[in-house]
Design a protein around this ligand. Structure first.
Ligand code: GTP
Length: 537
């Protein structure tokens, strides 16, 4: 059973409990039977499933709860907590420190996704501003160095390896020394894999570890290996000091339960999960958001982290403009650029609560990215005066033709882009200015929200008209329906900027991003909701 099916089944079991007229031992047993059955079908280790059942039963004392009238909530919370502890050994994963040479060694069986994950991790920390280098110490598999080289070059990450040197320990030492000498902050060493857990593999790992003394060793495990995960994790744990785990191939049809529950065998935390072959397909893992997402409740923390990565504080000029109710073409360009920097759009969408995988079906992230890039060429062909304008300068044919020639984008498409800009500008005008919601906020507030959209201080909330005001704002801006709408339109795709699949959807996207920027209705609002969710549980 794939994980979202598992989530759906547990969720429906919990919902069914809410509809039970009487909550007695029989109802709790039926709920646990259904949940445990679903976990076993997803390859979660039998011993762990048994523990989960016992722990929930221990926590739920129906006699004591009788008076509180809150039985359903207590049971649901117990199940949620137990699902979380299934994947959480209670240890924080090691994190690299900026300004220091952090060395990380990757281990795992051949084909587990080690090399791919090395590059993904390097790209992840590069996005966080660290100076990152990759070392290929895999001399066992022919072509391993070429693969790492290719991946690294595509992600613009410096790499080290050798075709001449056959000793992986020597390569690892040389690579680490070279990167340390050049003040690299994160040095990731990829080691060989073997088809099986062979003695040679473990001996080589131990020698490399002894030579480079890694600050952290990451064990990469294939999420599709099912029940075999437990034995594999134990074998690696005995040989090297596993600091954290990456579980790969959690996209598609991975059951995942086996690999996920193997954390119990190592006692080490899962740090990331691989969700595709692309370099951005690496999601930070933490138990509660993971379980929330699996149960269809969205991943608020992932969303907030992505928004933080966007370094919104750099958009201060735009925030000032917004408060005044002004939206220039440059503002639009900066917005679209920010979206492009975040990586694939489908990733962001997947974190939004209520955005089910079904809704994402058929969504072509590459096509959307390609389209966004063509808009960038349009903006690049504009003069500074045009960019700083509200688009009215384009009422002459000659300007339009000049930009079309410069960007290689058809005039009709540019017109559509301008039209969307204008439409969005009208929304900003309504919301900005002294009377609008954005205009009422003082600049300090805007700045604070931009820096930390997840945190909403009560004072701000008050000024904005409380939660009601924000919900209202979400409605105005299209709210969650806006995103869903946008998805539908994007899926239609292919009509170019003027058609229904083109810029129409950008307007919704922009609306959502603006919500995030202001930390108000959209992403920031969701951050607030995350807090509320915690309280409700
Ligand atoms: N769908 C999906 N594929 C993945 C993921 N991670 C890795 N892969 C694919 O899995 C295959 C094996 O990945 P590699 O990175 O070459 O595996 P490896 O562990 O380095 O293998 P060796 O170098 O031989 O030890 C490749 O085709 C990857 O593209 C993931 O998260 N999702």
């Amino acid at each position: 059973m794939v994980l979202n099916e598992l989530g759906a089944r547990i969720n429906s079991a919990l919902q069914a409990l809410s509809k039970e007229p009487v909550i007695d031992d029989k109802a709790v047993d039926a709920l646990l039977r259904e949940i445990c059955g679903a976990l076993l079908e997803s390859d979660v280790n039998v011993r762990l499933v048994h523990n989960l059942r016992q722990n929930v039963k221990k926590r739920v004392n129906l006699d004591e709860l009788a008076a509180s009238g809150n039985k359903r909530k207590v049971i649901q919370l117990a199940v949620f907590d137990e699902l979380c502890s299934l994947v959480d050994p209670g240890v924080q994963p090691w994190k690299p420190r900026k300004g220091k040479p952090n060395v990380v060694m990757f281990v795992g069986l051949q084909g587990s996704g080690k090399t791919t994950s090395c590059t993904k991790l390097a790209a992840y920390y590069k996005r966080k501003g660290l100076k990152v280098g990759l070392v290929c110490a895999d001399t066992f598999r022919a072509g391993a160095f070429d693969q790492l080289k290719q991946n690294a070059a595509r992600a613009h990450i410096p790499y080290y390896g050798s075709y001449a040197e056959a000793d992986p320990v020597q390569i690892a030492m040389d690579g680490v020394a070279q990167f340390k000498g050049s003040k690299f902050e994160l040095i990731i060493v990829d080691t060989s894999g073997r088809h099986k857990q062979e003695t040679e593999l473990f001996a080589e790992m131990e020698q490399i570890a002894a030579a480079i003394k890694p600050d952290n060793t990451i064990f990469v495990m294939d999420g599709t290996i099912g029940q075999a995960a437990d034995a594999q994790a134990r074998a690696f744990k005995e040989s090297v000091d596993i600091g954290s785990i990456i579980i790969t191939k959690m996209d598609g049809h991975a059951k995942g339960g086996g690999a996920i529950s193997a954390v119990a065998a190592t006692g080490s935390p899962i740090e990331f999960i691989g969700t595709g072959e692309h370099v951005h397909d690496l999601d930070p893992f933490s138990a509660r958001p993971f379980v929330s997402k699996m149960l269809g409740m969205g991943d608020i923390s992932g969303l907030v982290e992505t928004v933080k990565d966007m370094q919104l504080e750099k958009n201060e000029d735009m925030m000032k403009n917004l408060a005044k109710g002004v939206f220039t073409l440059k503002d639009m360009r900066d917005q679209l650029q920010t979206i492009l920097k975040m990586g694939p759009l489908n990733k962001l969408m997947g974190m939004v609560p209520g955005m089910s995988p079904e809704m994402m079906q058929g969504f072509d992230a590459d096509e959307s990215t390609r389209r966004l890039r063509s808009y960038m060429s349009v903006f690049d062909s504009m003069t500074e005066a045009e960019l700083n304008s509200d688009g009215k300068l384009f009422d002459t044919e000659s300007r339009l033709r000049r930009v079309a020639r410069g960007s290689g984008v058809r005039p009709v498409e540019i017109q559509a882009l301008l039209h969307q800009h204008q439409q969005f500008g009208q929304i900003v005008k309504k919301m900005g200015g002294p009377k609008g919601m954005l205009g009422k906020m003082n600049p300090g507030m805007m700045q604070q929200m931009a820096k930390n959209p997840g945190a909403m201080n009560p004072n701000m909330l008050k000024q904005m008209g409380g939660m009601g005001g924000i919900q209202n704002m979400m409605k105005q801006m299209g709210g969650m329906g806006g995103i869903q709408n946008m998805m539908k339109q994007m899926m239609g795709g292919g009509d170019g900027p003027g058609g229904p699949g083109g810029m129409g959807n950008m307007q919704d996207m922009m609306a959502q991003m603006m919500n995030g920027m202001g930390g108000m209705g959209g992403l920031g609002g969701l951050g607030g909701m995350g807090g509320m969710g915690g309280g409700r549980r």
